[in-house]
Design a protein around this ligand. Structure first.
Ligand code: XLS
Ligand code: MG
Length: 348
């Protein structure tokens, strides 16, 4: 594979992407690896950044006081610098603690909403220490199991209130909303990029509220992730990316990039290429998990393979027979355009 042109992309993954195989029906199938192991694994893969939940950065975060949290964040920053790995983003994990059982920013209980906002502000402080200005918000529990249990109109106000509190807490922070239409909730309040960018306009600092697209989440919303990429990038708001794959409308599978939908993956890469994704320092992150059946010896394959497939698709995007394709478009010969794409992907 020719690497020269593709070398402009930089890659990233999170510690949770070395998962142990647990699912709702069975326990782990691989041993847990230490943080240091994961850090050197990323280096070995040639990835340049790691993404963090707040409690990936500072484990047991809720049992520690603010001074201790910042001290540990500083220690982590030193370790990352030592390895030459950047922190891409920090995301508050607002779906695990008992306080977030009925939602975080949209909980019906004021005390729990306060917990969510305070924890988000702390995550912003951690991001500052780790040297990133990006806070990612996967709004996991901002929705409901039962529509009548929450007032969805009021929830929009509550979300804006929370975003404003974060924006005011640190004037440098940028918020990247990672929409997902379902799972764990029945329906989420911000299911698509359109929703994320629309709510940005209601905040006090719309220019600091953007988004992160995850391929699987877009597919779960019944959308084509490449259209989501073009839409977000038309607004200059695609600040991070979780490439992976998803076979239809089921639980969030986080499969290796292109594993189920090669052509959809190809079109995502084409969208990234035509919009110049990465030119402002954005990373290509893979939010992928090993299959439950993956053996410990193959712990890194889902990441290595996703990156290699991505780079192969970059080459495919760059060698796409544009002139021939445009002639078919001009002739409205979409029948043969379809075949041209298939043959190109098949290497024919
Ligand atoms: C879950 C999300 C999660 C975020 C980070 O569906 O993809 O992994 O990317 O909180
Ligand atoms: Mg994700």
């Amino acid at each position: 594979m020719a690497k020269s042109k593709a070398s402009t992309y930089r890659f990233c993954a999170g510690p949770w992407n070395f998962s142990e195989g647990r699912d709702p029906y069975g326990p782990e199938t691989r041993p847990a690896q230490s943080f240091d192991w994961k850090l050197s694994a990323l280096k070995e893969l040639g990835f340049e950044a790691m993404m963090f939940h707040d409690d990936d950065a500072v484990p047991d975060i809720d049992s520690k006081n603010p001074a201790q949290v910042l001290k540990e964040a500083k220690e982590l920053k030193k370790r990352l610098d030592g390895e030459g790995i950047a922190a891409e983003m920090v995301a508050p994990r607002l779906w695990f603690h008992p306080s977030t059982v009925d939602g975080a920013y949209t909980s019906n209980d004021k005390k729990q909403r306060r917990y969510a906002i305070d924890r988000s502000k702390q995550a912003i402080d951690i991001a500052g220490v780790l040297g990133t200005d990006l806070l990612v918000l996967w709004l996991a529990r901002e929705g409901s199991y039962l529509r009548e249990s929450k007032d969805a109109r009021r929830c929009v106000d509550l979300l804006v209130e929370a975003l404003d509190a974060m924006l005011a807490h640190d004037r440098r922070i940028r918020l990247a909303i990672e929409p997902k239409p379902n799972e764990p909730m029945d329906h989420a309040y911000l299911p698509t990029i359109g929703h994320a960018l629309a709510i940005a306009q209601l905040t006090d600092a719309p220019s600091r509220v953007g988004c992160l697209i995850e391929s699987a989440h877009a597919i779960l919303a019944g959308l084509d992730p490449s259209d989501e990429i073009d839409f977000a990038m038309a607004f200059g708001k695609l600040w991070s990316l979780h490439l992976n794959d998803q076979n239809g409308l089921k639980f969030d599978q986080d499969k290796p990039f292109a594993s189920s939908n090669l052509r959809v993956a190809f079109n995502q890469v084409r969208a990234l290429e035509r919009n110049g994704y990465g030119r402002n320092g954005e990373y290509v992150c893979f939010d992928v998990h090993p299959f439950r059946t993956t053996r410990p010896e193959h712990y890194l394959k889902h990441l290595a393979n996703s990156r290699d497939t991505f780079l192969a698709l970059v080459e495919k995007a760059r060698s796409y027979p544009e002139k021939e394709a445009q002639a078919l478009v001009a002739d409205r010969n979409y029948q043969d355009l379809d075949l041209l794409v298939l043959r190109h992907l098949l290497g024919m």
